[in-house]
Design a protein around this ligand. Structure first.
Ligand code: FMN
Length: 402
């Protein structure tokens, strides 16, 4: 049974949802699956915008056949060559041998690396700013290199102000029958997952996101169609504002995320005592994570959201407890910057965790240590409580007053 939705006169969502998948990119947990969006424009010429992952191929073809209703497909536009959107390109060409496949030099390079089909006769090369007229609809190509692959481009439909944004503005989480942002309880159902998607998938490329914003400045955007998750037609300014903040690494909220590693509970004890003191000093909405328990992608998402971070971990084999080291490496790789930081190390005979954490944070830009770090010897004792009070005072002052 086909499953499509008209999103604007003669433009259809023809994608699919995968709720069986456990890990996105075989890496990021998906509690509620993911959608692979694709859009079909029915005009004097027909144009399909991106394809979908192999997992939803059957649904996809039922959708396309229903909407085309016997017509030929004139264009397939490739905005992104990541395999979760390209699983069906060869199939499209097999079914529509005369289709023009629209892409840029890098998209075709990548296509030929992944696939073997000879597509020379079908290829239609476009450059930045080129336009493709379909009749009543007109697409302008806006290149978005490294958001988050080098070939990425967006299509701005100039007559209706619809932005086909590739992976940008995407989210984890399958669609629930409500396609548009205003039909969903977006803030409660999708926002955290959109942030987790941004931080972990696009996060490293903030400068490139900003570059696309500059190119789009002045363009009236009435609808944003991402390749994953809901279509925006109501809160466009809000999601644009969030993307602007996220891509400039500006925290959404003043607040504290404490993340710790602990084998036997002693580091955890110090962190929970500190969190309690922060709560008593008026810090609200405190976030605490055990790095051995929570997947790093969730912690990184909150690191993007909040202004202050506390990292705490024990020494392990003359180094830093592995799950914490892994998280800090991910933060370095994603270019996390501009946060206020406090550190707590722990050791029983030769300290290495604290020094390693200091080293890791020094590899990130503009991470300010807001107070002297604490290096616990096995377990924090009553006579050291002033150290913890000083730490809590400094963090609370920085969050509430600065
Ligand atoms: C396998 C293992 C290796 C450790 N390596 C070191 C080490 O190299 N140097 C050190 O001072 N403590 C080392 N420790 C001790 C812990 O860092 C220390 O006991 C710490 O207080 C544990 O904190 P926790 O209760 O939060 O897990 C090691 C502990 C374990 C279990």
């Amino acid at each position: 049974m086909y499953n499509v939705r008209e999103i604007s006169p003669n433009i259809y969502w023809v994608g699919g949802n995968d709720r069986r998948i456990n890990l996105f990119e075989n890496l990021f947990p998906l509690e509620n699956g993911v959608s692979y969006n694709s859009y079909l424009i029915m005009d004097e010429k027909t144009a399909l915008i991106d394809t979908v992952d192999d997992s939803v191929t059957n649904q996809y073809w039922e959708n396309i056949e229903h909407v085309l209703n016997g017509r030929e497909l004139d264009y397939l536009i490739i905005n992104h060559m990541e395999p979760d959107h390209c699983g069906n390109i060869e199939d499209v060409i097999r079914r529509f041998p005369n289709v023009k496949v629209v892409g840029n030099t890098k998209s075709f390079q990548l296509f030929h690396q992944f696939y073997t089909m000879d597509t020379k006769a079908n290829e239609m090369l476009v450059c930045e700013g080129d336009e493709l007229n379909l009749g009543a609809h007109n697409l302008k190509f806006v290149f978005a290199p490294m958001v988050h692959w080098p070939e990425v481009m967006m299509d701005y439909e100039t007559t209706k102000g619809i932005l086909f944004a590739a992976d940008a503005f995407g989210t984890f989480g399958a669609l629930n029958g409500n396609l548009f942002d205003d039909e969903t309880d977006y803030d409660n159902v999708y926002l955290d997952e959109a942030r987790r998607y941004y931080a972990n998938i696009v996060g490293k490329f903030g400068a490139q996101v900003q570059a696309v914003f500059k190119k789009l400045a002045g363009a009236q955007v009435n609808m944003i169609c991402s390749l994953h998750g809901p279509v925006f037609r109501k809160d466009i300014a809000k999601i644009m504002d969030l993307y602007d903040k996220w891509s400039r690494y500006v925290p959404e909220k003043k607040g504290v995320v404490l993340f710790y590693g602990s084998m036997y509970g002693n580091t955890e004890n110090a962190v929970m005592a500190l969190a309690n003191k922060l709560g008593q000093r008026g810090i609200k909405d405190i976030r605490v994570y055990d790095v051995s328990k929570t997947h790093p992608s969730y912690i990184i998402s909150d690191i993007w959201k909040y202004s202050h971070l506390v990292a705490a971990a024990p020494t392990y084999n003359m180094g830093l407890y592995y799950p914490m080291d892994n998280l800090l490496h991910e933060m370095i790789a994603l270019g996390v910057k501009d946060r206020k930081v406090a550190l707590i190390g722990n050791h029983s005979w030769a300290s290495a965790a604290l020094k390693t954490m200091v080293d890791r944070f020094s590899c990130m830009k503009n991470m300010t240590l807001i107070c002297e770090s604490i290096d616990i010897r096995s377990r924090l004792k009553e006579d050291q409580k002033e150290l913890l009070n000083d730490l809590a005072d400094a963090i609370a002052k920085s969050v509430l007053e600065d």
